[in-house]
Design a protein around this ligand. Sequence first.
Ligand SMILES: NC(=O)c1ccc[n+]([C@@H]2O[C@H](COP(=O)([O-])OP(=O)(O)OC[C@H]3O[C@@H](n4cnc5c(N)ncnc54)[C@H](OP(=O)(O)O)[C@@H]3O)[C@@H](O)[C@H]2O)c1
Length: 250
Amino acid sequence: MSTEQQPVPDGWATCSRPIALVTGASRGIGLAVARDLARDHHVLVGGTNRETVEAVVAEMDTVESRQAWPFVADLTDRDALVGTLDALGLTRLDVLVHSAGIAEYGPIADSDPAMWQRTFDLNVFAVAELTRLVLPMLRRSKGQVVLINSGAGHNASPNSGVYAASKFALRALGDSLRAEEREQVRVCSIHPGRVDTDMQRELQASLGNDDYRGEKYVRPETIAAAVRLAVDAAPQAMVEEVIVRPVIAG
Ligand SMILES: NC(=O)c1ccc[n+]([C@@H]2O[C@H](COP(=O)([O-])OP(=O)(O)OC[C@H]3O[C@@H](n4cnc5c(N)ncnc54)[C@H](OP(=O)(O)O)[C@@H]3O)[C@@H](O)[C@H]2O)c1
């Protein structure tokens, strides 16, 4: 496949299989969500690294048909985002899952404007803008937006102020969108506790934990199952919020 964004396959718009766009689908929670949705959706696999994204796409495609397609863009670069969407030529979208996110930790006293900006650029502003750009398609399909939020979207603790503020803002974004689009687009916020992904590894390393044991944490596939609950809800029902936490504390 070329290094440029290619338009989605011709048959997708008219096929009965719904189309899902999953951001942050190259790794972690987004990857698990994309894999799960690919069972019965066409999936646009989001990420910034083309090689990684194309490897995920190749894993989902079957010999007979293309089930997945790359969506390569730095979501914090608005021109890149708009350019990628234009090049895709999407005319239909049924499910939008926002999983791309970053987490930087530290006391408010040490959180400089650049850290606030980086975090809000991806965790809030990019979510708002991508949603705005595809909302007409989601309305037409009576589709669904799923926001991968966090426990930090409900509770802020020491050293998580910037991240938690972005996730509180994301919850507000979701609550407003749900109220505004009621009867047109369903909106679900999913609030995971600690999940065994690169993000959690990096957090534990930054806390000085050199004995990382992923089995203590929620598996990404469990969060994918929560997304599936929202996506598969009967048309007259909306799963508004799901909280999934590890059994083991700490
Ligand atoms: N892990 C946890 O314990 C946990 C707990 C609660 C909530 N969450 C939330 O769950 C979501 C997913 O977290 P995760 O643990 O799966 O993270 P992760 O393993 O660090 O993966 C992050 C994903 O985001 C993408 N991404 C990063 N910067 C991007 C950018 N500028 N533009 C586009 N994509 C970008 C990455 O793509 P590339 O690699 O291609 O750059 C990658 O696919 C996040 O919103 C996070 O806040 C995670």
